[in-house]
Design a binder for this molecule. Sequence first.
Ligand code: HEM
Length: 207
Amino acid sequence: MSATIRSGYFTPLLFLLVAAATAILGSYFFMLQNFSADTTLLFTRYTARVSFMFFLPVFALGALHQLYPTDLGRALMGRRRQLGLAFAAAHTVHLVGIIANYLAIDAWFSADDTAAIVIYVFIGLMAVTSNSFSVRQLKGVWRVLHKVGLYGIFIGFFVTYLGRVQGYSQSQLDPSLMDPFWVYVVLLALVTSAWLLRIAAFWQKRG
Ligand code: HEM
């Protein structure tokens, strides 16, 4: 990828990536296997993971580019809006997985899901205001909405992966449905590193 990637090509490319990853996951779980509690659970898990890969650059790119400026970083910085929209699209697919899983296990959203639903409301608001018109109209409100939303999503990932690492040995899941421990260690390390980058960039700016 180079600094000369044109935005017009980049946006469809990102959505194509989300669509391709989802189609591969969907066809694997629902067509090659079957529509069951287990397959929908795995579909839900891996769609969250796909969306995490889009969230990481949205969350950490600004800090990384401030600390270590590169041409690639500059090129991607100009496309953070597209990356954010690709994340929103990917996380909407996670929601499809969640609903499929609830249908498969004959359950529905409950009070336990409140925090996650609030995060989804933020994702929706952030997606519909990810345009220049909204930035101009909402001014300070836009900044607060996107900062609070970004940290809300970060907390969603951080808390989930921390919980997976801490509770791994006591998990109630069938062992055949569990990923190796190291997978969760890597995911937790990635989300923690992204946070540390932001903290380092914050202190560099102040210093
Ligand atoms: C009501 C809303 C939500 C429900 C019911 C829900 C449900 C689920 C379920 C059933 C799984 C699969 C569990 C497993 O792998 O054993 C999952 C995975 C996950 N979800 Fe959600 N989720 C919701 C919203 C969110 C939000 C808003 C975030 C992040 C901002 C999130 C992040 C994750 C992560 C990080 C995983 C684990 C992926 C992995 O193992 O790599 N979820 N979720």
